[in-house]
Write a protein that binds this ligand. Sequence first.
Ligand SMILES: NC(=O)c1ccc[n+]([C@@H]2O[C@H](COP(=O)([O-])OP(=O)(O)OC[C@H]3O[C@@H](n4cnc5c(N)ncnc54)[C@H](OP(=O)(O)O)[C@@H]3O)[C@@H](O)[C@H]2O)c1
Length: 305
Amino acid sequence: MNQQTSRRAVVRTPHGPESIEIVDVPVPEPGQGQVLVKVAAAAINPVDLEVTGGGLHRLGLVTQPEHTGLGADFSGVVEAIGDDVDLAVGTRVAGFVGGFDRDHGSHAEQVVVDAADVAVLPDGMCPNVAASLPLTVTTAAQLLEVLGAVPAEGRRLLVTGAAGGVGAAVAALAAARGWAVTGLARAGDEAFVRGLGVDFTAAPQGRWDVVADTAAMQDEAVSLVRDGGRFVGVKPGLEPDAERGIAVDVVVSRPDGPLLAGLLDRVADGTLPARIHAALPLAEVVGAYQLLAKGGVRGRVVVLP
Ligand SMILES: NC(=O)c1ccc[n+]([C@@H]2O[C@H](COP(=O)([O-])OP(=O)(O)OC[C@H]3O[C@@H](n4cnc5c(N)ncnc54)[C@H](OP(=O)(O)O)[C@@H]3O)[C@@H](O)[C@H]2O)c1
C-alpha cells in the first residue's frame, strides 16, 4: 500500500453492485478519541446492498455530494490513535461504522472510528470471523434491550429470520435470558436453528407474546403477535401499523465497543454462532456484492482489503 493514499469502495450513481468503484483517498487521520484501523476483513450486510441499489438515495436518506462509502463491519489492527485513546497501536479490534449516509466505510484499506466503538478481539479469534459479527450481534443485543425489563421466563418469543445474522443472535441471546424462543426460517435451516437451542418453524401457526421480526416480514409478522403483545422490527421509518393493542417498536443499532466485546466473548465460547459464506479480496468487491445479491447465502460474505 502507498503511504499517502488508501483504497475505499464507494458508489457515486448507485445502480446495483456493478456501480461500485474503488477510489484512492488520502489516508484518514484519527481525531481526538478516535483510532485509525488497518482493515483486515469487512463483512457485507444487507444495508450495504441497499446503498448500492440506490433506494436509500431516492428516499433522501443518503445525500453524499461526491460518493458514498460502503461497509459497516470490520476487523483489523489499530494503526494510529488520536488524543485521549487508551488502545495501543497494534491492538486487534473489531467494530462497525454507524449509519450509512457517509463518504467512508469499512470496505476499505483503512477506516477511522471512535475508540469507544471498537472491541478488542478475544485471543485467537480469526479476523474473518470477527468481521462477520459486529453489526448483527450488536443489533440483536440492542433489539433485546428494546424489550427491556420484560420478565423473560416463560414468555414466548418468535424470531423471524432466525437463520440470518441478526435473527440467529437474537434467538440465542433470548434463549439464554429465559425466553421460550421459536425461530422462523426456511425449511432447510431447521438443523441450524435448532442448534441455537430454540424451537423451529417454517410455517408458523398461532400467536406469540413477542415477535422479533429480523426477516422484515412486517405486517405478516404483526399478525403472529397475540392481542396486546409486542412487535420489534428492524426497519426504522417503516414500522407496520399497530393493531389489536400490539406495541410496535423498532431497533436502531448504534456502535458500542463494550457491548460488542461481551458478544465476541460469547462467540469465542461457542454460545453465539458465527458463519462465513465466502471471503474475497477487495479488488473483487463487485463480485462479492453480486454473490450476496443472488440470495440464498448462509453466513456473511467478507471482503479482504
Ligand atoms: N435497524 C437496524 O439497525 C438494523 C441493523 C442490522 C440489520 N438490520 C436489518 O435486519 C434485517 C436482517 O439482517 P441480517 O443481516 O440478519 O440479514 P440476513 O443474514 O440476510 O438474514 C435474513 C434472514 O431472513 C430470512 N428470511 C427472509 N424472509 C423469510 C421468510 N419469509 N421466511 C423465513 N425466513 C426468511 C432469510 O432467508 P433467505 O436468505 O432464504 O431469504 C435470511 O436467513 C435486514 O433487513 C437488515 O437490513 C437492521
